[in-house]
Ligand binder design. Structure first.
Ligand SMILES: Cc1cc2nc3c(=O)[nH]c(=O)nc-3n(C[C@H](O)[C@H](O)[C@H](O)COP(=O)(O)OP(=O)(O)OC[C@H]3O[C@@H](n4cnc5c(N)ncnc54)[C@H](O)[C@@H]3O)c2cc1C
Length: 666
């Protein structure tokens, strides 16, 4: 207890300082693009507050001490330091402050600094700090960062070898991309699309193919397949995601919510799983929200079109890998509905690297289909440019202002702007443009929260040899909104699911190749919100109903793994022991609080939702932003509710519908 109030206060102070910076536009930290920054490269941000690195090393030693599955502590510390250079300053400072306070706690508890403490003393310090929920959350946060950085470092040679051996399925697409630094001020277009992800790319393609002169402005940069084969996995991860992948929704419990930032948006890093919007969801959107574009009769044909464009097909069993096959076996034995997932990854070789850029170019994100089609029809892409605001004259949008990576500003003019910056960024752009007045802008956020459960098997599973997301179990979907998907992570980068700290954690890592992993997502109520103008602060408090459902997702996932022959289940519920049968599982679940769960989310939607009621919905049913002529929205933020399935295909189809309305309007 001694440690927590002070720790939390400082973190809050640091977050407040950072939020204050929301009031004035701040230069975006740019992703290093120099191709010489390859494996093992490092770069630092000299403006950062630099406390000594020694406490960091001590924390790495305490959380991940030496063991056969663990690399050198100093190398792990260096990897963590490198990863921190990609983080927003408040994360960097919070981690360093956490390290310093852990060292102080060690002095109080053991009379020695954490650095000089014995392994047993370090474990005592951790045990004392994890006694409260708050302390446990802080320690789990530190552990996640260390394991991600160290895991990527340790698995580098394996990842590189897999990448090198994998043949390239298709060359990089021909794109007309100009980095903003080389783009001149004042060019005119028929329409500007802000953001080149799932929604923006499809809208751009549709409008360019209809003969419109289209500019796409994207904050991220273009990545090549060669880079996905040669750059250090940690630099790929940190470079491909906003804030180095550390986006977290604040609340109880905090939720890790990574968001892509690249030409191609989050589709460059997503798992490639494809679902058509369930019909009951479309009917609900049409009838409750008055979202006419979701009328199943028309929308189904758009879904079919997207399905063709991104070449969706089932995961082949011989590529799937043991993880997916084990999950399917477990579900089949229970008589539960299961099968290979549909994915947009023709030629996938099961390299398990979707989340850090496919080294085969097999995963068919929009950078490989819709964007090249848009460019072939004349669209231009301006990369590494953050649109800071819409330019407005009277009630009419006339263009956008954007910031280059060197901080300079340029303008692009058009009488129509399609905003597709993603669920967490679109509300911010509207606020920066003076358009944040509607009370529902930034609210109504659903995230499709997810838990992960692991089962230990006698036999070797090596979950990362095969397709990252490979098989579904949808037995509990229709009735309870719970969708389970066999999901692994790139080699070395998934140890966060393992329980414990110190020697226990190392022991778990040494037998991680015997674990199969299954994730469960819950169709949630839309209770989150996005605040801020320049940096998104996400707030999300799990509702009681969704907490219960997540616990049911844990139960369902564990049952599948037990049925497949797992000898032990790591439920992922902090502080709870592994379970070995249904009875123990029920006991653990009945005494656990959902607010302690480790939750991640990958599907935020709903923050600028579309519908017929002007009071409830900032966007009208055609996709046009209310209160301004010429502005449209075409990304995940449009959805009135969580779609209950992985959302990329729905977002793409909605964007085609919005683009169709723009074209029709002339
Ligand atoms: C790790 C991970 C795995 C996932 N797996 C799946 C999956 O298997 N199946 C599935 O259906 N979904 C998956 N998703 C979710 C899916 O990829 C997203 O829902 C979808 O890409 C969102 O589309 P979007 O157009 O709303 O935003 P995005 O695709 O995120 O695109 C928004 C783009 O706008 C850019 N941008 C933001 N602000 C600005 C600005 N001010 N100026 C210029 N550009 C800006 C961003 O850099 C970004 O590139 C996954 C997500 C993650 C993070």
């Amino acid at each position: 207890m001694l440690y927590h109030p002070l720790h939390i206060r400082v973190i809050i102070a640091v977050i407040c300082i950072d939020m204050k910076s929301n009031k004035s536009p701040r230069r975006q930290k740019s992703t290093p693009t120099n191709p010489s920054l390859r494996v093992g490269s490092s770069y630092s941000n000299s403006t950062r507050l630099r406390l000594s690195d020694r406490p960091l090393e001590a924390v790495c030693r305490a959380i991940l001490p030496i063991g056969s599955a663990v690399g050198d502590v100093r190398a792990n510390t260096e990897a963590l330091k490198r990863y921190l250079t990609y983080q927003p300053s408040y994360i960097d400072m919070a981690v360093r402050f956490g390290a310093v306070t852990m060292n102080l706690s060690s002095r109080i508890l053991t009379g020695r600094s954490l650095y000089d403490a014995t392994p047993e003393e370090r474990e005592r310090v951790i045990a004392s700090l994890t006694r409260t929920t708050l302390g446990s959350n802080a320690m789990e946060g530190l552990k996640a960062l260390i394991l991600l950085a160290a895991g990527a470092e340790m698995a580098t040679s394996e990842i590189m070898e897999i990448s090198r051996k994998a043949s390239i399925e298709r060359p990089d697409a021909t794109l007309d991309v100009t980095p903003s630094i080389a783009w001149s001020n004042g060019r005119r277009f028929d329409v500007i699309v802000v953001g080149s992800g799932a929604g923006g790319a499809m809208a751009a393609m549709e409008m360019a193919e209809a003969g419109m002169n289209v500019a796409v402005i994207e904050e991220g940069r273009r990545w090549t397949v060669e880079e996905f084969r040669t750059i250090h996995p940690l630099d790929r991860f940190a470079g491909l995601y906003r804030d180095g992948g550390s986006t977290t929704a604040l609340g109880q419990p905090p939720v890790v919510l990574p968001i892509g930032r690249a030409v191609g948006g989050t589709t460059v890093v997503n798992s490639g799983t494809c679902y058509k919007t369930p019909k009951d969801v479309l009917l609900h959107w049409r009838d409750d929200a008055g979202l006419t574009l979701a009328d199943p009769d028309d929308f189904m044909s758009l879904l079919d079109r997207v399905w063709e464009i991104v070449k969706v097909g089932p995961v082949p069993l011989d590529v799937m890998g043991t993880n997916g096959r084990t999950i399917m076996k477990g579900a089949e034995k229970l008589n539960w509905s299961t099968g290979p997932l549909d994915r947009n990854a023709p030629g996938c070789g099961g390299t398990c690297q979707c989340a850090i850029g496919c080294p085969k170019n097999a995963k068919y994100g929009v950078h490989l289909n819709a964007l090249p089609a848009a460019c072939a029809a004349g669209a231009r892409i301006i990369s590494e440019a953050r649109v800071s605001r819409l330019l407005i004259e009277g009630e009419q949008v006339v263009g956008v202002e954007a910031t280059r990576t060197d901080g300079s500003v340029f303008r692009v003019f058009a009488p129509k702007v399609v905003i597709a910056a993603g669920t967490t960024e679109t509300p911010l752009l509207l606020r920066r443009s003076g358009l944040g007045g509607h009370p529902m802008i930034g609210k109504n956020m659903a995230i499709h929260p997810a838990i992960g459960v692991a089962g230990r098997f006698e036999e070797n599973i090596t979950a990362w040899h095969g397709v990252l997301q490979s098989a579904y179990v949808d037995q509990l979907h229709e009735e309870h909104g719970i969708l389970m998907e066999a999901t692994s992570t790139p080699p070395g980068m998934g140890s966060m699911i393992l329980p414990g700290f110190g020697h226990r954690l190392v022991a778990e890592m040494e037998r991680a190749d015997h674990l199969a992993t299954l994730g469960g997502m819950v169709a949630d109520l839309s209770v989150g919100r996005v605040i801020g103008r320049n940096r998104a602060t996400l707030i999300y408090n799990l509702s009681r109903r969704d907490g219960k459902r997540l616990m049911e997702a844990v139960r369902g996932s564990a049952k599948v793994l037990l049925s497949a022959g797992a000898t032990e289940i790591l439920t992922g519920i902090p502080g709870q022991p592994p379970v070995h049968n249904d009875q123990e599982l029920d006991d653990v679940i009945s005494r656990s609080d959902p607010r302690t769960l480790h939750i991640a989310a990958f599907h935020p939607v709903g923050t600028v939702a579309a519908g017929s009621d002007p009071e409830r919905f900032p966007v009208d049913p055609s996709g046009a932003l209310r209160g301004l002529q010429g502005a449209w929205v075409a990304d995940g933020s449009l959805m009135p509710t969580c779609p209950g399935v992985n959302p990329q295909i729905t977002i793409m189809a909605m964007a085609l519908a919005v683009a169709g309305n723009i074209i029709e309007q002339g």
